[in-house]
Design a protein around this ligand. Sequence first.
Ligand code: COA
Length: 373
Amino acid sequence: MQRVVISGTGLFTPSESISNDELVAAFNAYVQQYNLTHAQAIAEGSLKPLAESSSEFINKASGIKSRYVMNKSGVIDPSRMFPHIPERADDELGIQAEIAVISAREALAQAGKTPADVDAIIVACSNMQRAYPAVAIEVQQALGCGGFAYDMNVACSSATFGLQNAVDAIRSGSARCVLVISPEITSAHLEFRDRDCHFIFGDVATTLVVEAAETCTVDGAFEVLGTRLVTQFSNAIRNNFGFLNRCDESGVGARDKLFRQEGRKVFKEVCPMVAEQILAHSAALGIAVSDLKRLWLHQANLSMNELIAKRVLGREFDRDDAPVILDEYANTSSAGSIIAFHKHRRDLAAGEIGVICSFGAGYSIGSVVVRRC
Ligand code: COA
């Protein structure tokens, strides 16, 4: 079978970041204003007052300390509470394509490749800025690549699902070198006025260069030993935004058209599924747990990752075994495990094995077992 490697990674990090304290200050100012404006209804009991948020809660419940965003001023303005991202003309590069291209250029340089070497681009992320043309095709044109390009969305698991598509395309001969790009502008689908989730997400873009082992020219690539995907329907994480929204005026702009979740339920249901998947996948490949050097896990919640690492590794572990980037980046949806892989893989020795694993809405889980060449 054709051997396939990940030969480069790229990361675009926005220049603006918001600390928990800054986010909470804006949220609490919004809450005070809301409660003041609705004081009479609250006093009459017809409306519930909003409760304030706290940095301590956010840190303790999630491990998140800050998040990068495409636009900070809009998010922390208590009279706005969402990013300001101006629309662009059709003949300008779109913002998602722009950050995708930045991360792709870094990944290509790392892999020693030029756009002429790329014959497929998959933009895999949880939100697309428009229905069509595909963002991936815009990226293809901006980079100057040939071949074909398409968008796909499996929420937080988009990158690992895209990675399997890339590996399959190379193995089947339909492509030789594939970019899997995850431009996640999650701040645009987050309700910053909801204290249950206002702290969760951050913006970023990542790229993976995936190619046949025989075309790889750089040291330190990672061979893909196997990919495994699983999905199981759940309403616990959901976003009803879509093209049918305008067909029922009563729902336009309603809360369900942005991200929402039952966080505790997700935590309880998904952790065992993820641990089981990593164990079953490694076993199917004939890899002993003791040979798993690193877990590059989806970055949604620190306790969740600690629980999964404990169940999988069955021993004492530290941040070398399961690197954490969510403290600085928050949950960047499909890009989270790829950021961890991007930042924490160079110290692995040739032959050492790790697992990239995503999980999230769907439910969806993707695991990719890799070995340093
Ligand atoms: N500040 C202060 N208190 C808050 C708060 C905030 N920002 N948000 C919620 N609370 C309160 C709740 O109202 C609740 O109060 P109660 O006990 O009086 O009812 C209490 O804190 C606990 O809330 P809960 O939602 O149960 O917290 P949690 O410990 O489950 O943590 C998450 C919330 C979202 C951090 C956590 O559930 C999580 O990360 N889950 C996994 C999510 C995930 O992986 N999703 C994949 C998505 S892509």
